[in-house]
Design a protein around this ligand. Sequence first.
Ligand code: AMP
Length: 147
Amino acid sequence: MLYQHILFATDFSEDAMQVGERAKDIARLCGARLGMIHVIEDINISLGGGYELLPVLADLPDEALLRESRSLLGDLAQRLGLENAETWVVNAPSTKEGILGAAQAHGADLIVVGSHGRHGLALLLGSTANAVLHGAQCDVLAVRIRN
Ligand code: AMP
């Protein structure tokens, strides 16, 4: 089998459906499991403990944010016709670490991301896509997003 476990990473940007449809098609062709992940970056961790300088951000991510992300991920799964897909909302020091950690923990053999999302609109390859591509131990598909 070409791929057995595909992980589709989403930031809920406009192009999420386009990327998700591609992940879904590949999963169907391969008869692979498909999981969906959204990472909430833990600002407290990524700032190395200096977060008391940023009181406005100090309480992120909170329960409300987690709940909202879970709900958005569920909605996206439904719109893609992937009601049975596994969905994970992960809190990690960086999006890259969250995606790569989950891919390893769940034995994913293909990670599917958009070529750029919220952060990289002006770029050919966004920063998350680039970081995942460089750090992954499995294959990575960066679905080309056209502006
Ligand atoms: P970026 O490189 O940040 O512009 O985003 C490129 C792609 O990385 C997006 O299309 C998503 O597939 C993925 N991505 C970005 N941020 C996240 C996130 N917080 N959680 C999961 N996937 C993400």
